[in-house]
Design a protein around this ligand. Structure first.
Ligand SMILES: C[S@@+](CC[C@H](N)C(=O)[O-])C[C@H]1O[C@@H](n2cnc3c(N)ncnc32)[C@H](O)[C@@H]1O
Length: 204
């Protein structure tokens, strides 16, 4: 990936994504998680402070060694056990039905093939388990959407493959997951990055 992708970008993502303006959204995404959880695109562990006490074990799937090292202070302050389980959400190194839930925040935008990643979530989460998600995506305002399409090629290059115009709810539904609840809205911040969707979907 080069110096920028390996060393600089994980720090930028940590500063932006773990900032306090997302606290309310992360709290909502993590509420209700329990038991064994696989977190895809774990990054620098920005969700760690929001894991409920009922979470016993988290399998972290994350390709960036630098991002994982940035997670250390959050992990040191947390009582939750976190074990790294490979680096590709499209091919999760866990057995079928081995998790009670999955957590995905700001990662379906970046994984090269989100449908494959969600198929893997379905495979490793037991029937009746859940996917908790928080994603940014295509704006509901036509003008902002047009701007997102313009910016997308640059975003892909500068933000490690992140796309602005994906539709997380449609991806989750297309994977055969049953959306139990969701909320879409505008977060604080620049409009092309601020259409958020948070929710929980059930594995049938
Ligand atoms: C925008 S960051 C979000 C990090 C974290 N989930 C958060 O909420 O702050 C996207 C993360 O997805 C990771 N990622 C990229 N490709 C991936 C893949 N194929 N499988 C799993 N994670 C991936 C990146 O390394 C990065 O840490």
């Amino acid at each position: 990936m080069g110096l920028y992708g390996d060393r600089v970008l994980p720090v930028v993502i940590d500063r932006v994504c773990a900032s306090g303006i997302f606290t309310r959204w992360r709290e909502r995404a993590c509420a209700g998680l329990a038991g064994t959880v696989v977190e895809i695109g774990f990054g620098s562990g920005a969700n760690v402070p929001f894991y409920p006490a009922e979470v016993e074990l988290v399998y972290a799937v994350e390709p960036s060694a630098r991002a994982l090292s940035l997670a250390a202070p959050r992990l040191a302050r947390s009582a939750t056990r976190v074990v790294v389980a490979g680096g590709d959400a499209q091919s999760i190194e866990l057995a079928d039905d081995s998790c009670d839930a999955a957590l995905a925040t700001f990662v379906l935008c970046t994984v090269p093939d989100p449908a494959r990643a969600l198929a893997e979530v379905r495979r490793v989460v037991r029937p009746g388990g859940s996917l908790h998600f928080l994603e940014h995506g295509a704006a509901d305002r036509v003008g902002v959407l047009a701007l997102q399409h313009l910016l997308d090629p640059l975003e892909v290059r500068l933000a490690g493959g992140c796309h602005l115009t994906r539709r997380p709810l449609e991806l989750v539904r297309a994977a055969g997951l049953e959306v139990e609840w969701h909320e879409s809205g505008r977060a604080r911040g620049p409009a092309p990055w601020s259409q958020f969707t948070v929710g929980v979907a059930r594995v049938p």
